[in-house]
Design a protein around this ligand. Sequence first.
Ligand code: GDP
Ligand code: MG
Length: 184
Amino acid sequence: MSTPTPRKKYDHLVKLLLIGDSGVGKSCLLLRFADSTFTSAYITTIGIDFKIKNVEVGGKRVKLQVWDTAGQERFRTITKAYYKGAQGILMVFDVSNEDSFVNVTNWMEQIKDNASLGVKIILLANKVDVVAEERVVSKSMGEQLAAKFGVKYFETSAKDDHNVGESFLALTTDILDEIVDDKQ
Ligand code: GDP
Ligand code: MG
């Protein structure tokens, strides 16, 4: 009698990257998504490499491997190796930090130079929980930038758990749609 081959625990393994300026909340978004927690401390000193989260999208079991830059986020310090094999990118800025918004355009250039051609990108406007006086990047500014790059736009708060799971899942859905399309 032959031993049955063990059933794979997932249908797809998907590599995602968090990209954006230091302090925009990338590590907090990852902690919120993968561990359902939040911390008010900078996590740069601890540094997360990646986290795994298993999700189900469209009836498929997807193992998400989400990479975080862990303090390497100055321009040109992220190597090509980091981008290698990534199918999706969460491009993050902080609505209370205009520089981080302006820098999205620079990051997008870097992504174009380093990531693979078909990589899926979404733009996340994080920290939307901040009080109105602190918010310097409006929703329409974010939406316009996303439209310019032809990517989806989500307003998120890692702190309040607003749209975090939704944005990761939207990106994963886009990636899976492409995989299915390729097979047809
Ligand atoms: P990273 O450098 O992009 O990884 O940013 P971190 O995740 O380390 O977050 C930087 C700082 O922003 C920390 O003090 C976090 O507590 C804070 N932060 C992260 N996400 C949010 C959020 O959604 N709302 C608010 N108000 N603060 C946040
Ligand atoms: Mg970090």
